[in-house]
Design a protein around this ligand. Structure first.
Ligand code: ADP
Ligand code: F6P
Length: 326
């Protein structure tokens, strides 16, 4: 492998709190190790359209407490085409970038994998998404902050739910995964979490009602993962209105609230550790891997494995939720 002198860094896909801390850690750790650093704006779009700037140590000062990403992010259709990726490669050559650190979710790392194999180019990925849906890491950057935001919101909804003795379906993000819904439900003492992972096994709404919920309570909170597989909060509320008209049901969709805000200490620390680990990995000659945390240890997982759709939810947590909501 040719010696790496310059490292590019970009954020791609849905933004996540902690991405700035990751950019800072990548930049500073790279400079500490004698590399030059280039920041690419708007993810792969910035590679296709040549939006590249030099990053110095002071370029990343005072950013880690902000949500979002100073490099901006985007979704880029062109990068899904051979022509788009060729254009991106031209930008990389033009700026003398020898390796890339890509911070993003499942889609961004799929793009990284495709690009790395097509151009035999070294890329290290950092899992940056609130969804926590990447295999090869216990936690993704942004997940903990999103969970805390969900907790903050649900606590407030509980006040009105209990005053009016209502059932609330609160829809949370997560794409095809139920991590935010399940752990959000545990953190808020919710009645249940309706998640895509078990949608084919059981009618979760029926099960909820048949458990006799609300008998001894004056309100109920149910967290619903946004996936079409669950029916979403709206779909479930519609069903309740038809099938259980005696229940007074309301819906709140938390939406993009969950993506913003100052990152928690946990996300800042995780992003800092992972950002530095990305540079260590490149120094070790690693490529086409995602950095992850496994029981507090940094681990490397090949892109091919990290983006497979099989990160399982913890069934014990589902059980715990059922036990604690009696
Ligand atoms: P996230 O990274 O948050 O999952 P997306 O799924 O929107 O977000 O992916 C971000 C970007 O990654 C896409 O807009 C596209 O540019 C790129 N991408 C996703 N999948 C592929 C793929 N299979 N091949 C090439 N690029 C991809
Ligand atoms: O992947 C992060 C995420 O927030 C998902 O949870 C959600 O489904 C999606 O991005 C929303 O994307 P957009 O910001 O394009 O609406």
């Amino acid at each position: 492998m040719a010696a790496i002198k310059t490292i590019g860094v970009l954020t791609s896909g849905g933004d996540a709190p902690g991405m700035n801390a990751a950019i800072r850690a990548v930049t500073r750790s790279a400079i500490y190790n004698g590399f030059k650093v280039k920041g690419i704006y708007r993810g792969y779009k910035g590679l296709v359209e040549d939006e590249v700037v030099d990053l110095e140590t002071q370029s990343v000062s005072s950013i880690m407490h902000h949500g979002g990403t100073i490099l901006k992010t985007a979704r880029c259709k062109e990068f899904k085409t051979v022509e788009g990726r060729q254009q991106a490669y031209e930008t990389i050559k033009k700026h003398g970038i020898d390796a890339l650190v890509v911070i993003g979710g499942d889609g961004s790392l799929s793009g990284a994998r495709q690009f790395a194999s097509e151009f035999d180019f070294p890329i290290v990925g950092l899992p940056g998404t609130i969804d926590n849906d990447l295999a090869g890491t216990d936690h993704t950057i942004g997940y903990d902050t999103a969970l805390n935001t969900i907790m903050w919101c649900v606590d407030r909804i509980r006040d009105t739910a209990s005053s009016h003795e209502r059932l609330f379906f609160i829809e949370v993000m997560g794409r095809e995964s139920g991590f935010l819904a399940l752990n959000g439900a545990i953190a808020t003492g919710a009645e249940a979490a309706i998640i895509p992972e078990i949608s084919t096994e059981v009618d979760q709404l029926k099960e909820l009602i048949s458990r006799g919920f609300r008998k001894s309570k004056n309100s109920s909170i149910v967290l619903v993962a946004e996936s079409p597989v669950t029916g979403g909060a709206m779909g479930l509320a519609e069903r309740v209105r038809k099938e259980y008209p005696q229940l007074d049901v309301r819906v709140t969709i938390l939406g993009h609230l969950q993506r913003g805000g100052s990152p928690t200490a946990q996300d800042r620390i995780l992003a800092s550790r992972m950002g530095a680990a990305a540079i260590d990995a490149l120094l070790e000659g690693q490529r086409n891997i995602m950095i992850g945390d496994d029981d507090e240890r940094i681990i490397y997982t090949p892109f091919s494995k990290a983006i497979r759709d099989d990160k399982p939810i913890d069934r014990d947590l589902l059980d715990l939720l059922r036990r604690l909501s009696i």
